[in-house]
Design a binder for this molecule. Structure first.
Ligand SMILES: Cc1cc2nc3c(=O)[nH]c(=O)nc-3n(C[C@H](O)[C@H](O)[C@H](O)COP(=O)(O)OP(=O)(O)OC[C@H]3O[C@@H](n4cnc5c(N)ncnc54)[C@H](O)[C@@H]3O)c2cc1C
Length: 274
């Protein structure tokens, strides 16, 4: 839709174009959410897709995803990774957990998805499952990093301060070498996610730990960690320890339903990875 309060659009070419933010500014990446509803409080858009960031950088240490990397690129990435990165299927699985048409996939970005910080943020599920760390540019030229579970603070809230720009997301090689299992559930076959639960069992030489990402069903992403595969009782206990007010409530599922299905899916994942 037209945003008719916007008086100026800045096409960012260098980091300097991101300094001096004003009230009424918003970064625009894919624009799939920003242009989908009224934004009467906004006066200026700063387009970051013109900064020329390399979408995907692969090194021995892992993967660095630019914030402007599209969901489409991420969905295909799993097919292009080294064979020993056994978590590769997660990229497509998480991309398909985003309720969106191929048109959205082509322009929506991982940075936009993570910055919105919706519980149903499928890229948040991916980054949580793979132990991702977010790098943020402050307008004063400094940077900071945050683990994804600390970056997202609640439903549609996060640590970004006005003028901060999410620059990139790092996924470590150790997590990419893990064996993973993915489950998503929604109230209708093509519905927005009510729960996205992902398990990851690391190789013994990467510590052999088990991490369960609980997303979609909770207001913020959770990572339940165990030194190895937990018993079903330990898994039940850990899920039982999630505070009641973290189970999310919206039109896509009631908290008690989300809590119950998260437990069922987590136990399926444990059985699959055992
Ligand atoms: C049909 C449809 C279905 C959708 N389904 C889902 C869904 O299932 N789950 C879900 O979570 N979302 C969904 N969305 C919302 C949204 O499209 C996606 O989250 C998408 O990934 C947002 O990315 P974008 O690049 O288009 O963000 P934009 O629309 O460009 O920006 C979104 C917000 O993030 C800010 N932003 C963007 N990039 C940055 C950055 N690098 N640093 C700081 N702030 C930034 C913008 O200022 C804006 O506030 C859907 C949208 C549509 C239209």
């Amino acid at each position: 839709m037209d945003l008719n309060t916007i008086g100026e659009v800045t096409i960012a070419r260098t980091r300097t174009d991101l300094t001096n933010p004003q009230p009424g500014d918003a970064v625009i990446a894919g624009g799939t959410w920003l242009l989908s509803e009224r934004q009467d409080h906004l006066r200026r858009l700063v387009d970051i897709t013109t900064l020329g960031w390399e979408p995907v950088t692969i090194t021995d240490a892992g993967i660095d995803l630019a914030a402007t990397c599209t969901i489409e690129t991420i969905s295909k990435l799993g097919g292009e990774l080294p064979a020993e990165w056994t978590a590769a299927p997660l990229f497509h699985q998480c991309a398909t957990a985003l309720l969106a048409s191929f048109k959205i996939w082509k322009t929506a970005t991982i940075g936009g998805n993570v910055s919105l910080s919706f519980p149903a943020g499928a890229m948040i599920s991916l980054v949580t499952a793979l132990d991702g760390t977010v790098t943020v540019w402050r307008p004063d030229g400094t940077d900071y990093t945050a683990h994804i579970v600390d970056f997202v603070t609640g439903a549609a809230t996060n640590v970004l301060a006005p003028g901060d720009v999410l620059r990139s997301i790092a996924l470590p090689a150790g997590a990419l070498r893990g064996r993973t299992a993915f489950r998503k559930i929604a109230l209708s076959p093509l519905g927005r996610s009510g729960a996205v639960i992902i398990g990851r069992l690391d190789r013994p030489d990467d510590g052999g730990g088990f991490a369960l990402a609980v997303t979609g069903s909770t207001t913020k992403p959770l990572q339940l960690r165990f030194p190895g595969l937990p018993t079903t009782a330990d898994l039940t206990d850990a899920l039982g320890g999630v505070p009641d007010d973290l189970w999310h409530y919206d039109a896509h599922g009631a908290p008690d339903w989300r809590k119950a299905v998260s437990s069922v899916l987590a136990h399926e994942i444990l059985a699959e990875l055992s």
